[in-house]
Design a protein around this ligand. Sequence first.
Ligand SMILES: C[S@@+](CC[C@H](N)C(=O)[O-])C[C@H]1O[C@@H](n2cnc3c(N)ncnc32)[C@H](O)[C@@H]1O
Length: 740
Amino acid sequence: MNCNMSTTFVHSVKVPRIYKECASTVKKVLADGASFKTLVFKQNHPNVQGIYALVSETLHHCKELQSIIDQTEILIENPRFDPWLARVLITELLWGKKVLKSEAKPILTVLNYKEKLQQALVQNPDAAVDPCDKRKVKLPRYVRVNTLLTSIDEALSAFAEDGWRLLPRCYSYTSHLKTISNMGYDNFIQDFHIPEVLIFPPGTKFHDHPGYLSGKLLLQDKASCLPAFLLNPKPNSEVMDMCSAPGMKTTHLAAVINNEGKIYAIEMKDTRYRTLCEFVTNANASCVETIQADALTISPEFYPNIEYILVDPSCSGSGMVDRIEIRKEDQNNLYNRLGKLQSLQSMILNHALKFPNAKRVVYSTCSIYPEENECVVDEAMTKFGDIYNLVDLKRKLKNEWISFGSEEYSYYGDRCLYARPEVDHCSGFFLAVFQRKPKSSESEEGLNAKEENATLEQAYDNHTKNPSNGYHEQEVQNIKSEENATVVEDDQSKKKKKKRKIDLEGTEDPSNDCQPQHETIVISEENMKVEEVKPKKKKKERKIDSEMLEDHEHQSQHEVTVESEENTNVEEVEPKKKKKKKEKHIDTEEIQDSTYKHRPQHEMIIDSKASLDEQEVESKKKKKKKDKTTNLQTIENTSYEHETIVKSEENLQAQEDEPKKKKKKKKDKEIDSEEKVLQRDNQSLHEIIDGSNEAKSKRKKHKTKETDQTIEVNEPFDETFVKEKKKKKKDKREVETEEQ
Ligand SMILES: C[S@@+](CC[C@H](N)C(=O)[O-])C[C@H]1O[C@@H](n2cnc3c(N)ncnc32)[C@H](O)[C@@H]1O
């Protein structure tokens, strides 16, 4: 039966203008070969972004559309139906908003074919997911509102004015994720955790947007906004960003402290340093002082007032979407490269943890490899676990996060956060927060540290507050769990929260998953459009910059960026710079030695170590030794640059340990190394470094095997011992959790 025979059409109803414009653009692009971008931006339509999104979706599904149209015979049975409009409407129904709201004839025609179209889509071979494409997750477009140049409310209103529809905020992270995966082409939403981050449909272009050109809007992936959000420095404090170019996170930190205080932004590389300076200026981050230097040469004692430090070093970039598939020929090198990167990452993180007044240190990478993440954190905690706690981010985020690190690679793995593209709809990312421990006595410093714990807790509460939307369910939960909180909060803020709770109970409908439509949409008359500010630089130059600045090493949508990240990493470990680097590392050794000697806290830690259970210390040291062995193996295969690093590590160790223990350790290390080399000879390197699940599980097995063997070699392996060890580990974790 002809599907459209059963319906009486109302001929007077017009097709919405947006669909007509999209159809005309699609026709010009596909039939006449016109430039899609030029056409869209020439259009004098208030929702040019909406048109852009729907047209790109239609073009993207061009091949599937043709076979669906052929299969359903929609155009044969409706010969007067404009084929271009049909394509646009089918796209909207199958991949876009998934609804068509109008009584216009073409729309009713498509709706009549809905079932057939959906069936054809399922059967369509072109629509099947290419397994090789699974990592090419289509991420939404993230925009950070630069609150140093505009306000969140202003930005929301400006987008509403442009025809964007702000979706209501969700009550849980999971419903937020569901919402963003189903966003229509003209929808946007505020991020669940970070209110200054706005989320738009994938592919939304902002490069010509006046807000972007004026620096009010920055194209920064959510993952890359997590470090500043979780470091959460206080206004009027001193902050150091140790690896800062191009400055995405530096400028975000400046926005968090509202330009009140001081941020030292360190960058080693010349060209990247220049980009950093330019970016900081354009973003109006006036509290930032840029320093071109190797972070390892910055003496902690010269910066006694630094309280917050961000360590976001060069990494493999394996978390970046489109970049995760490693070319076969690169895989052999990856393992070596990871080893080198891990050494550098560890050195920078360990250096940061030596700053005498650092209260909170965030370590982050855009890598998904535990070698660059949990392993680095584990090593740092082995050295600095007496001064710092590793913040349990699951608890900090009140369970409103999904992926965490693995205990397989680190004693502290599950306290670290992972962002995973396929889960969190943002770039792959890793983050750990080190928080200086409160002193056992109620000294002033101890109180400060407690206050800091409270601040982080409070920060989360503040951030989950939507300035325009009121508070969502999460906050109500926070308030409810307030009595159980282990942190110190002043009475005043508690009272404030309670008042909010009363307000909320009176106004919200908890049965709704999402809140009612945002008010700022309604107040669009206020005409708070983002100012059309002339770009400071020529557009062409801007575009080149944008490739680099678009969250650079973390945002992967541009091939150029991807390449530059790889080059960066390669460059950093290139043998031709060995000589220079060797000198640098010798310097570093000196710095490390001296800072160790001169830091009073460290002496206190050594004292306090005495109170640790002897077995605990023993097992901790064995673990440390195991990790060091892994490092050593990697380094052995590479340049002498890394031999220097190892030497420097060993020097440090020598200062910390008694010579007797050192001797024993060295011997054990040798045995371990031999064991591992033998194992690795039998296992393909490809398997160890492959990001695939299969390889991961192999790697896991491999690790477990190593652990078992280590026990066999170094300790009498009996069950009681293992049980006791596990119990101790559990007890220690409980004590640490309480401390936090
Ligand atoms: C991952 S990128 C940082 C991205 C930056 N945080 C942002 O959000 O825009 C790492 C940067 O650290 C720099 N870097 C690497 N090692 C360094 C060191 N030892 N001292 C200073 N900068 C370093 C690299 O040149 C690179 O620009």
